[in-house]
Design a protein around this ligand. Sequence first.
Ligand code: HAM
Length: 427
Amino acid sequence: MAKKIQALRGMNDFSTLDTVVWQWVESNIRKTLSSYGYGEVRNPIIESTALFKRGVGEATDIVEKEMFTFTNRDGELITLRPEGTAGCVRSAVEHGWIYNNEQRMWYMGPMFRYERPQKGRYRQFHQCGVEVFGINDASADAELILLTANLWKKLGIDKAVHLEINSIGGQESRQKYRDALVTFLEQHLDILDEDCKRRLTTNPIRILDTKNQDIQAVLNNAPKLHDFLNEEEKSHFAELCNILDSLNISYTINQKLVRGLDYYNKTVFEWITSELGAQGTICGGGRYDGLVELLGGHSCAGVGFAMGMERLVLLVQAVNSDKDFANAIDIYVVNQGDKAKIKAFELSDIIRNNLPKLRVMQHTSGGSFKKQFKRADKLNAKFALVLGDNEIENSEVILKDLQNNVDQMNIKEDQLIETLQNIFYKG
Ligand code: HAM
């Protein structure tokens, strides 16, 4: 046998059993987004590297060390998208979708980051991202949070997640805070690890979400970001909190929540679960009012989030472990003989066309009736429709309930649809 070739590290294959859960999650997401009036955009998976360097930020982990970057045949530097916001904004600017226009958009698809794989963290993963353009008011931030809260209920995971929010202000406030934080941390250089020492010069605010507990203890006495916000930023955040309180959406304010991408200002938020171990953030986002301009557009407010689909699916499976996501086969069409085979093709399609909600699978690999019924059992089919020489002769079919111990029925061919309708659609 030839040597097997394996998938690349951090890349997953999903079986037909896995995708049943994915499809269930995706369809709930699509329905929810549609019910809020959001529309789908589709962007390329590859963009020019410059987009992410400028959009996500040179001093972020993503751009510094996680991008899959290549030179194409023309010598152009291109990158597999590590996230969706930069590409979405690029497309909106390029085509004028947000010029003087409010827009509510979403996208779903694969993203790529060269990270160390572990449960919930992969090199190819999937996001569903949602972006709202042209609305300065905190109502847009609140709408996004409300939308996610409703989605968690539909997915049955609302009891397993909690919301953290923060305001990181605008550039000016952040610069002042950054200076104060650096001055504070310079008095504690002895406890900083190598990574934090490096960040002290490149991106000091990111030190706030270090996992190092000793540094976290020192950070408890560090200057607080909210003391540096201006009045407008403070009132924007107060308005968001006010709406969330009025809608009974619980949250904690985490002043150390700063997010790993450079485009954010004002609101940032994350939905976190403790069910998945270290990779517990299932959804993260915030406001990015300067990004459209940074990428060559006219000034335009933006706010959005992305959910990690793998983490959502893992959480849905962990919380709903008893739920049967699979749509079992409703009717397995058992057939023997050449005429019965052709009739099986015809009747299967007649059922599918008349009763489109039913899942009808035809047995196509021959063999005894016994073998065919075994296959139906393996598929957990609800009914078998049986066609043999006798049935063809009498223009009949046999319908056998495979899950309840009741007598099989002989049904005239022209009565079949009505009978199935009574069984599957009534009661
Ligand atoms: P992010 O926090 O980098 O934000 O990613 C959003 C979510 O994607 C994370 O919360 C996580 O669930 C999932 N995720 C990230 N990296 C991985 C990975 N290596 N493996 C599995 N899942 C992962 C963004 O990407 C922003 N573009 C979100 C946004 C949209 N902000 C505003 N608009």
